[in-house]
Design a protein around this ligand. Sequence first.
Ligand SMILES: *[C@@H]1O[C@H](CO)[C@@H](O)[C@H](O)[C@H]1NC(C)=O
Length: 185
Amino acid sequence: MYNFLQRLSGVTSFAMSTLMALVVVISLTTPFIPSSPTFDVSLHNVQTTTGRAMDPFDRTSRKAEYARLTFDLDADLSTMFNWNTKLLFAYMTVDYTSVGFDTNRAVIWDRIIRNKRQAKLKLRKHHNKYALRNFGLTFDDVDGANLTLHINPVPYLGVMYDKPLVSIPFTIPRSSKAASSPGQV
Ligand SMILES: *[C@@H]1O[C@H](CO)[C@@H](O)[C@H](O)[C@H]1NC(C)=O
């Protein structure tokens, strides 16, 4: 005969197994919930100055070439919120190749989007939030670059993944060596 505790144990272990199966199903299916984000990035111009960046996070702030981008961003990411979305992490990267380094990636802007209301982005003539300089201190050996908008949906349950939405190619101009006044970024 089963007593109460044996029954309770059976019910609990059944509940736990069901819960585990549910967790796995939710984690695996969330990335496939359809969404229809709209987005548009336009790059107005890229200016390069030589100088020292006033960057509170970079105490090494050396004299270097810094690129300053001016861009517009229009996006409506509200359809990317579903019942398993905690937040969206939106960020923009500049990717380029240089001599000796096939992959260079710098994050120039980011934002944490916590709800559908914040998911409508409309930035006009916006500049990079973070200073952009090459590892080699100048952009001399850099030909082309790509500006890419990425979204990381952060789920309550499951894995985070990177979703690049739009990528636009551009060139980083040289700063004229004569005008090497201390520049701001
Ligand atoms: C920019 O992106 C395009 C398309 O993905 C790629 O073909 C190109 O090599 C990229 N350019 C650079 C400099 O990374």
